[in-house]
Design a protein around this ligand. Structure first.
Ligand code: AMP
Ligand code: MG
Length: 416
């Protein structure tokens, strides 16, 4: 039997990063850059004003004060987007707005607040301006290239694209971006007892939870779900769905149920006929053996049928595969140290207990969020963490220190 960590490593050794694709800028959000981003401009592209005010020569206003302002004639008006040919000679000033090109000759900006400009914001250009204090050369001037140099690599391949990276790429002229592809994941639910959620289940029937749960997980972790619907417990039906997954260009196939040793567990046989499949006995609870292999070369997971087992094994084994395929190098779920509020029992397998973790003073306290049966979804919906009872332990006492995986904290960023 494998530990969770050993099973993760063994699975990931079969997984390759997908090819890159070129997408529009916004579609790159949350994905991994597949190439360096090089700037086609200096940033800022030209010397410009950091303030609304007056472009001057600093030497002209030395010793200026409120009592003894220096008065300069205003020779031009330079709004942003309208560069001026006028040169600011010694003894003159040009009105300028934030972001406008610094006129030749000028070497400092006087903010309008430091002048006697009574017509702030007006279109009337004053004939002259009184300046109330002195300025150093370069005051309130933003120099060309002070942020980014033309030809500079501003983002390296492998960077995760956040809103700040979108902003930078927009500034350096990258409207199309090379990122790793989102994994396309075909989802297969199996069982004669399943009906869709919009139906009222008849005798012996239950609603198909796993297709929706796994689709949500796929999308949540950056993949594109391809729901195949319910396959009945017949070999031809399962084979038809698997072929549909291939036809739709799936990068990964995730089935739930039908992989244990029950008489109707046909998924195993269907996959084995055109690929390979192994039952991986993992010392993990919840979760009975999970199946891993390939169907016609496409990696295949067979998750347990019970919804909580399906979702938690997805978290531990499928999620890392999605991250690696999409080019991420970090995929471990953030784990923190918690104090368990009540005792947690285990059978000795690494147990993932559904819990609500909250900060109290300088500690994180974990309280079980309800019944821990592998069919019990309510306690998963009320959980924000999984408290881990380590491999080989049968009980965590109340007050014990344990590790908890934080379900809603990002897994793709190494924030420690
Ligand atoms: P099996 O692996 O087929 O033996 O299924 C184990 C348990 O999971 C059974 O109680 C099934 O009814 C249940 N189950 C299987 N598939 C689903 C599904 N898609 N949604 C909800 N429960 C399911
Ligand atoms: Mg079944």
């Amino acid at each position: 039997m494998l530990s969770v960590a050993e099973a993760q490593q063994a699975i990931l050794s079969n997984i390759k990063r997908l090819d890159p694709e070129t997408v529009d800028l916004l579609s790159a959000l949350g994905r991994v850059l597949a190439g360096d981003v090089v700037s086609d401009v200096d940033l800022p592209p030209f010397d410009n004003s950091a303030m609304d005010g007056y472009a001057i020569r600093a030497d002209d206003v030395q010793g200026a004060s409120i009592e003894r302002p220096v008065r300069l004639p205003v020779i031009a008006d330079i709004p942003a987007g309208h560069p001026s040919e006028v040169a600011v000679q010694s003894g003159t000033a040009a009105r300028i707005t934030t972001g406008a090109v610094l006129p030749s000759g000028a070497d400092a900006i006087v903010p309008v607040e430091d002048t006697d400009d009574g017509a702030r914001g007006s279109s009337l250009l004053p004939a002259s301006i009184g300046i109330h204090r002195s300025f150093k050369r370069g005051a309130f001037v933003r120099r060309a290239g002070e942020d980014v140099k033309r030809g500079e690599c501003v983002l390296k391949a492998g960077t995760i694209v956040r809103p700040a990276e979108i902003a930078l790429m927009a500034a350096v002229g990258h409207s199309r971006v090379k990122v790793y592809r989102r994994p396309r994941v075909a989802l297969l639910a199996t069982g004669d007892e399943l009906v869709d959620p919009d139906r009222v289940p008849g005798p012996g029937q239950i609603r198909n939870v796993n297709e929706h749960a796994t689709a949500a997980l796929v999308r949540h972790y950056g993949g594109e779900p391809i729901p195949l619907g319910i396959a009945r417990d017949r070999l031809d039906d399962v084979v038809m769905k698997l072929e549909e997954a291939i036809g739709q260009g799936a990068d990964l196939i995730v089935a739930s149920a039908g992989v244990s040793v029950g008489a109707y567990d046909l998924v195993k046989d269907a996959v084995a006929a055109r690929g390979s499949i192994d039952l991986w006995r993992v010392r993990m609870r919840p979760g009975k053996p999970i199946a891993f292999g390939n169907y016609r070369g496409v990696p295949f997971f067979g998750l347990p049928g019970n919804p909580v087992s399906a979702m938690l094994t997805f978290e531990q084994f499928v999620r890392p595969v999605l991250r690696v395929m999409a080019g991420f190098t970090h995929w471990r779920k953030p784990t923190i140290e918690v104090v368990v509020h009540e005792a947690i029992e285990s059978d000795g397998r690494e147990t993932y207990a559904r819990a609500w973790v909250e900060r109290e003073g300088d500690r994180w306290i974990a309280r079980l969020s309800g019944g821990q049966g592998s069919n019990m979804l309510g306690s998963l919906a009320r959980a924000n963490a999984l408290v881990i009872v380590p491999d080989g332990m049968t009980r965590l006492a109340a007050g014990a220190i344990a590790q908890a995986q934080m379900l809603d904290w990002p897994d793709e960023i190494d924030w420690r």
